[in-house]
Design a protein around this ligand. Structure first.
Ligand code: PLP
Length: 387
């Protein structure tokens, strides 16, 4: 009997607390993480008033109110190969079943152009993957929102792998290599796979090289900026004029030359080594080599879009992508980039064990527009790119 009276009082207090909460909490702005925090705080207050006996009811109420303010959608701009994008979507939705991920796969240059054109009306919440040079350029244009994720502490290198102002973080690392078709080598006795940037200019490779165009592709831009740093701008541009003369066709996407060279459409592709390995794993007759002068590398980036409609879901993805278990998912989706966080093991450590240049991401990001424009206007126009 006494118990029933106490329960009735506690119930009345709970109802009063919930009414007060409803009056005190401002209506949640659409799809904002901030609203969830406000409601959670108010619910906690009501809980204290209602007392410990109502724990279960309060937990349900808290779940309801926070769910009301939480985003149920996340729009990801995804730059790595589509298979990995699909895999990441599925893995994230397993962890966050209340959030549906929509993604669009665009090469880094295309992604940057899209973000610029949508600056006043952003359609994406987060950009995941693609060389960091483009993220530096995006941050310079005010397109990325700073986020001080607790998981930034997981990064192996606190200087190189994140923006000083937390507008982007590195999610993988990969090196540039050359992919040569072994059947073509067999048909051309005496010719060996290129092992230097200088080799690419040899007469036997005239019309036999395939690489993406730097206006659309982050891979190709990494190659371009590598050469400019290795040789200096004057010599570098002279080299690039000659190198472009060796190219059979420019592709839109950075990884595509590995596939086309594997199919025998050209002899040599300039591609990230992890993409070459992925093609070899599929059975493509490719030989992977690296330039002896030193090769460029990418830090694959991630950043939340300024003005995103679903910033709370974007922060969840950002935190999740910096967890070791997430970064070890790559090989399941044929992605062999090295992880950037402590506690995650690289599937192909040998791809990083090559001579690297001291790639200056800030220089390349700051000068990306000018370098791409010069290439397009003075070296090779970006028309009729092969998919
Ligand atoms: N695919 C993979 C596996 C990559 O690692 C990268 C670079 O980050 C890209 C694609 C980039 O694509 P693109 O060169 O088409 O911009």
């Amino acid at each position: 009997m006494q118990r029933t009276v106490r329960s009735a009082i506690l119930f009345a207090l709970l109802v009063l607390g919930m009414v007060l909460t409803a009056c005190a909490a401002p209506p949640p702005p659409p799809a904002s993480g901030g609203a969830a925090t406000t409601n959670e705080a108010a619910t906690t207050e009501a809980t204290a008033e209602a007392g410990a006996a109502t724990t279960e009811a309060t937990a349900e109420a808290a779940a309801d109110t926070s769910a009301a303010g939480a985003s149920t959608e996340l729009n990801v701009l995804c730059t790595p190969q589509v298979q990995w994008c699909e895999g990441m979507k599925a893995e994230f939705e397993k962890v966050y079943p209340d959030i549906t991920v929509n993604f669009v796969r665009l090469s880094a240059g295309e992604a940057l152009a899209r973000l610029r054109s949508e600056k006043d009306n952003p359609q994406f919440d987060i950009w995941w993957g693609g060389p960091i040079d483009s993220f530096v350029a995006a941050a310079n244009d005010g397109l990325l929102e700073a986020y001080d994720s607790p998981n930034l502490a997981n990064l192996r290198d606190q200087t190189l792998y994140k923006d000083a102002d937390n507008r982007w973080a590195g999610v993988y690392v990969g090196t540039l290599g050359f992919a040569t078709n072994k059947n073509w080598l067999a048909d051309n006795p005496g010719v060996t796979a290129p092992t230097s940037w200088a080799d690419l200019l040899k007469p036997e490779f005239k019309g036999q090289i395939m690489v993406a165009h730097p206006s659309s592709s982050g891979t190709s831009f990494t190659a371009l900026c590598t050469v400019l740093q290795l040789m200096g701008e004057d010599e570098g541009w002279k080299y690039i004029q000659q190198y472009a003369g060796q190219v059979n066709q420019f592709t839109k996407s950075g990884a595509a030359p590995a596939k086309f060279v594997g199919q025998g459409e050209a002899a040599v592709g300039i591609v990230f080594s992890h993409d070459i390995v992925a093609e070899i794993e599929k059975g493509s007759p490719l030989e992977l080599t690296f330039p002896s002068e030193g090769t460029g590398y990418e830090i694959g980036g991630m950043g939340i879009i300024a003005g995103a409609a679903h910033p709370d879901a974007a922060r969840k993805w950002f935190d999740w992508a910096l967890e070791p278990a997430t970064q070890e998912l790559g090989p399941k989706y044929e992605a062999y980039q090295a992880p950037t966080v402590n506690g995650a093991t690289a599937s192909r450590p040998e791809l990083l064990d090559v001579k690297l240049i001291d790639y200056n991401f800030q220089y390349c990001g700051d000068n990306k527009n000018a370098i791409v424009d010069k290439f397009t206007n003075e070296v090779a126009a970006a028309e009729n790119l092969k998919e």
